[in-house]
Design a protein around this ligand. Sequence first.
Ligand SMILES: [Zn+2]
Length: 102
Amino acid sequence: MQIKCSHCTKMFAENRDAALAGLFAIHNEGQNHYDALCPHCQKAVRVSDERMNETYPNWEAEYEEMMKRAAEFEKKQASLKEQAAANKGKPKKEKKKRKRKR
Ligand SMILES: [Zn+2]
């Protein structure tokens, strides 16, 4: 979603996943706004819950989908870790410290 920073008035695109997580917090943790971080001035920009709901009317479905994706990603990561552990036979250490003598 496009957000106009209330501090420096520049526009920026807010990450959808972050916004969905923000919506979850609004609906489940009693927050009444979402804080987006402006990439230009690094300040938190307040986005009202109404604006959030309007932008993501199907946020619940989208949030669930996002969590599914995250779970799948974690599974992949876990299997990658297992693979890495299985390949651990040969430790890869090829760091050579170069000492420069001058
Ligand atoms: Zn800003």
